[in-house]
Write a protein that binds this ligand. Structure first.
Ligand SMILES: O=P(O)(O)OC[C@H]1O[C@H](OP(=O)(O)OP(=O)(O)O)[C@H](O)[C@@H]1O
Ligand SMILES: NC(=O)CC[C@H](N)C(=O)O
Ligand SMILES: [Mg+2]
Length: 503
């Protein structure tokens, strides 16, 4: 779940893209990059780190031009080396830079095709480099000398035929303009909007609508599954469906945790979906535990707050902010290694003892994934003097790996995998555990847009919307990306110098 941005403007885009990336920082904390073009050359700066650390003033001054793309990264393929930071660049045809959110599930097959048939060289293990090269190869097939929107739509159509998995992408084509496209299942979110200025219309494509809001853009709509948006450097916009078949199945985990609450994804307010998650969870507690003895509802900041506040109000129980979050520490879940995740929970969250002392507390989180947060938080609540510690999750148990852009590659790392609710209660050390029901989670989103019938909900169900995810694939993924195995490769990686993909 990286963050992507693309802009074509009537004025320099460097600061706007930087600002949009800071608003999307919650989608990736490992690396950041911006490429701009003045119509003649492209200028790229990318490195590991947060947006505020990657771009110094002298970099910003050199990112000139009125069009560009940006990226914040949370790796799901390859490693976390700076050579795999995005955007990626290829010089032929035209010169293209691409930012990608998602993960390709047929990366190995594509890698082979790119080498054997397309004669293209890949220099990293990043699936984004693969996506870019497939797009570039398909764009090369155009017969016309002068690039036209039609050629780009054809190339995106071919990308859809060749690539499997989740992908939302923004690409900058040198001397031409910006392209945004989304996979035929619409797994990852991407939205576009416009801003009227005295000089003309500016356009922005971004992972989440909150980036449009922050920069004063008006949301036009989501890029639909399989669709592509082309914006030329002189501000002409073209939109076309490029896939033969689409099956809209947005990632339901965006609504649970990934996206900001102030974003609108596929016409559903994330905030309202989370409020409904709280309501339905409260209904379940009232149904199954009518004589509960909860004294106070306490959210685990930040993401669970929206659901928790509504849950407390439905239960008619006090809502209290019992944990204070250190605002200078980022999201734990998207940190790259388990050691780092475990250490950061206590540094990040500190209890206010008097909200716990002698009380039966219901701690609410949006989800329990590896159990890193819940285990430690329950311990902290007991240390703070709580009498009983109950735990509620606004999402059902996370039991299966994700293969579409969330870094959950290994089932065995998931605390709920292969365990009953009673066992999980014991592992995390709670006195009682209540999970949202799957149907209620889906309803919490669908009420916002009844056209949404199907979701990418594999982390809860083990059902994958692309038909290519076999047990062998999952086994390979676990071997390559499980925390323990990755650590060993990370050490090796530091000893090897890769070509930094610079424009
Ligand atoms: O079971 P786990 O593996 O611990 O993962 C789940 C936790 O991780 C996330 O919080 P995070 O700190 O990433 O971000 P937040 O501040 O947005 O809640 C999520 O909100 C849960 O609290
Ligand atoms: N989280 C993502 O969207 C990751 C994008 C891409 N697969 C990478 O690893 O860089
Ligand atoms: Mg959290």
């Amino acid at each position: 779940m990286c963050g992507i941005v693309g802009m074509v403007s009537t004025s320099p885009v460097n600061q706007d893209i930087y600002d949009a990336l800071t608003v999307l920082q919650h989608r990736g904390q490992d690396a950041a990059g911006i490429v701009t073009t003045d119509g003649r050359r492209m200028y790229l700066r990318k490195a590991n780190g947060l947006v505020r650390d990657v771009f110094r003033t002298d970099h910003m001054l050199r990112l000139v031009g009125n069009a560009g793309v940006g990226h914040v990264r949370y790796p799901t393929a390859g490693l976390d080396s700076s050579a795999e930071a995005q955007p990626f660049y290829v010089n032929t045809p035209y010169g293209i830079c691409l930012s990608h959110n998602g993960n390709l599930t047929n990366a190995d097959q594509l890698k082979d095709e790119l080498y054997r048939s397309d004669r293209r060289h890949l220099n990293t293990d990043s699936d984004t480099e693969i996506l870019l090269n497939v797009f570039a190869h398909e764009l090369m097939q155009s017969e016309s000398l002068q690039l036209a929107p039609e050629d780009i739509f054809e190339a995106v159509g071919a990308v859809h035929r060749r690539c499997r998995g989740g992908y939302a992408a923004t690409a900058l084509i040198s001397g031409y303009g910006l392209v945004g496209f989304r996979d035929p299942n619409g797994i990852r979110p991407v939205v576009y909007g416009k801003r009227e200025t005295e000089q003309g219309t500016d356009y922005m494509i971004a992972s989440e609508s909150v980036a449009l809001d922050a920069l004063g853009f008006e949301r036009i709509g989501d890029i639909r599954p399989g669709e592509a948006v082309v914006i030329t450097l002189d501000g002409e916009i073209h939109v076309r469906q490029c896939a033969d078949h689409t099956h809209h199945s947005p990632c339901i985990f965006e609504y649970v945790y990934l996206a900001r609450p102030d974003s609108v994804i596929d016409d559903v307010y994330v905030y309202k979906a989370r409020l409904r998650m709280g309501t339905y969870l409260a209904d379940k507690i009232q149904r199954e535990w009518p004589d509960h003895d909860i004294d106070v509802v306490i959210p685990i900041p930040s993401t669970s707050r929206t659901a928790a506040v509504e849950l407390a109000s439905q239960l008619d129980v006090k809502y209290r902010e019992g944990f204070i979050k250190n605002r200078y520490i980022g999201r734990t879940f998207i940190m790259p290694g388990q050691q780092q995740r475990v250490k950061s929970v206590r540094k990040k969250l500190n209890p206010i003892d008097l909200e716990f002392a002698g009380k039966n507390v219901l701690l609410v989180d949006d989800s329990i994934v590896r159990g890193t947060t819940s285990r430690q938080i329950i311990e902290m609540a007991r240390e703070a003097g709580a009498n009983k510690v109950y735990f509620a999750s606004a999402a059902p148990p996370v039991r299966y790996p994700n293969v579409y852009g969330i870094d959950m590659p290994s089932a065995t790392e998931l605390v709920a995998h292969g365990h009953s609710d009673e066992e999980i209660t014991e592992i995390i050390g709670a006195d009682r555990l209540i999970y949202q029901d799957m149907e209620d989670l889906k309803r919490a989103v669908s009420v916002g847009n009844d056209a949404l019938q199907s979701y990418e909900d594999s982390v809860f169900t083990g059902q994958y919307v692309t038909a290519d995810v076999s047990p062998e694939y999952l086994e390979q993924l676990e071997l390559f990306r499980a925390d323990a195995n990755r650590e060993a490769r990370r050490k090796k990686d530091n000893a090897v110098l890769e070509i930094h993909n610079d424009a």
